[in-house]
Design a protein around this ligand. Sequence first.
Ligand code: NAD
Ligand code: ZN
Ligand code: ZN
Length: 320
Amino acid sequence: MRVAVVRDYDKPLEIEEWPDPVPEGDEVVVTVAAAGMCHTDLHLLHWKNRPLPLVMGHEIAGYAEGFGAVLVHQSWGCGTCAICQRGEEQLCQDIAEAGFERAGGYAEKVLVPSAKYLLPIGELSPLRAAPLTDAAVTSYRAVRRAIPFLRAGDPVLVIGVGALGQFAVQFLRLLTEAEVIAVDLSESKRARALQLGAHQALTPEEVTMPIVASLDFVTEDSTLQLAAGLIQPGGLIMRVGSGEGSLKFGRGGVVPPEVTFTSARGGSLADVAAVIEYAQRGQLQWEVEPILLDDVNVGLDRLRAGDVEGRLVLTPGVTR
Ligand code: NAD
Ligand code: ZN
Ligand code: ZN
């Protein structure tokens, strides 16, 4: 099988020929039809903290014998701890995820530890479905966890309306009556957010109103400070983006009383199933742009430059 591999963190990915994975025990092989290129993959290249060679790709859709077209849930927990037992493997402390600790979807085939991680997608195409398993699921769960903070008309910021933020805007409109304010540096992203239902779309400098919650899909010092400067007492600041910004939390910090700080991390198998249903009911809009495995480095450069409107999705089975 053809694989795009990180051999050296400071070099472009290599396209290599690897032996096909051979399943043992409960394992299942999925033929990868589509693998979304998440912004986290850029962070992975910069963090340099996973063992090499690394095959990235955690937004996987494809075909498995006996299952047809499936979405692959990326979070493979230990299966035995209390957190896994309650069905939240994405929070397991012994997690081994596709595209992080285990070989992921930047390849023609991927070895999945168990068929329990495969979710049939019915009439959805793998190309369209791939971003649902991470971009949509992470945003769905983030919004659900924000619901207790949001009453009708409450202003909530969605900072960064890229692939994840575009889903967050839609879930906020579907699940709450909050006033949704999208914030992005890019004009085209702001325009897209308005199309998707945001009440306002602003640059960071234009945001001056008091807010009740901030869902931060960037998480740099500047975005955390923007939220901290406007958040009302008792509000919510949620870090979803993997940026390395920080805020002073201790006494004398900049934040009003009783603000809740939290982070987001992926979603559960049940969250993925719920998101597939929203998509199948036609309640979600999202853009995908296919890209050949051979062009993976072009894709990473475009993602780095912010030159992607929705999600770039690798199609490992397609050759030039
Ligand atoms: P993306 O590249 O598609 O979108 C990022 C958006 O942020 C772009 O529209 C960009 O213009 C905007 N942006 C950048 N800097 C900004 C700033 N200072 N102010 C306002 N907007 C700004 O990225 P994505 O794939 O949607 O991922 C978003 C973030 O979420 C990444 O950091 C990624 O690593 C993280 N992520 C987290 C989880 C999780 O489980 N917590 C899951 C997936 C992705
Ligand atoms: Zn991701
Ligand atoms: Zn576990």
